[in-house]
Ligand binder design. Structure first.
Ligand code: URA
Length: 266
């Protein structure tokens, strides 16, 4: 008995705190499922339906539908309602809350992180846990605070089980929500927090270490013109690798200068 308790304790410490996988599995259906003749080949196009006999619509249909519905949102309240009522992605079933955004929607700076963690899921507020506290503290040194001068969201709006990274499929499905979100806020500067946000918005295969410290043009189909965008280390990475805080501070100073030079309102 003690061994089992020790094993469970060890699992918990390693982050294995939930007995669920990325997607819910209907074990009753599996018994009836006919064996497929050929293995499913990974398809480059993640929007394509991979199983012909899938009862749920495949990612392609979901993503197309999301793009159409997001395009129809005329304001932030409509987008928030659309996202909150969205159920066509498995993580919505395991999450406690939809974590849409926080901060000042009138701000000229928008931040995009990765995905809600446990605390964010429990409270429905992005970056309200340990990494959020560190982010707020870091940004406060250059005059930024979310009540006043920035708006913050994530690449996906529900906590992935066990805090795993969002899958490419989840990112692709949520992409139109995020794109429309940016277009409705229309910031003058976007700050991407961590590698997942970079992958989701910048379509670059370069890592955060290469991309930080520079500005890029971000554009999407809902925008009239590109928006200057930069990337910073994710605070959870800085909590694990405090030696990188030196570079993070350099990035903060770069941001401070840029905001001043460009006359961005803070
Ligand atoms: N990490 C993120 O990327 N987003 C959150 O909201 C919390 C932690």
């Amino acid at each position: 008995m003690k061994d089992i308790v020790d094993t469970l304790r060890w699992y918990e410490q390693m982050g294995v705190d939930e007995t669920i996988s990325e997607t819910p599995v209907n074990s009753f259906n599996q018994v009836k499922k006919k064996p497929t003749k050929q293995p499913v080949v990974a398809n480059k196009n993640i929007f394509q339906v991979q199983e012909k006999d899938a009862t749920l619509s495949g990612p392609s249909e979901i993503a197309i539908n999301v793009r159409k519905k997001a395009g129809e949102c005329k304001n932030l309240d409509e987008l928030r309602e659309l996202v909150t009522n969205f159920k066509d992605i498995a993580i919505t079933k395991t999450a406690t809350n939809t974590v849409f955004s926080d901060g000042n929607p009138e701000a000229e700076i928008m931040m995009v992180g990765e995905a809600p963690g446990a605390e964010e899921d429990a409270r429905g507020i992005p970056f309200c846990g340990a990494s959020g506290k560190m982010l707020d503290q870091m940004l406060s040194h250059i005059g930024l605070n979310r009540e006043k001068n920035f708006y913050i969201t994530n690449t996906i709006f529900w906590r992935p089980p066990g805090n795993r990274r969002p899958t490419p499929e989840e990112l692709a499905i949520c992409a139109p929500f995020v794109e429309k979100h940016v277009a409705l806020i229309k910031p003058k500067l976007i700050i991407l927090i961590g590698g997942t946000a970079v992958t989701a918005l910048l379509d670059s295969n370069q890592g955060i270490s290469k991309l930080r410290g520079n500005f890029y043009d971000y554009n999407n189909e809902y925008l009239d013109s590109p928006i200057k965008t930069t990337a910073i280390f994710h605070p959870s990475y800085l909590l694990r690798s405090p030696g990188q805080k030196r570079l993070a501070w350099k990035d903060c100073l770069m941001l401070k200068n840029y905001i001043k030079e460009q006359g961005i309102k803070i």
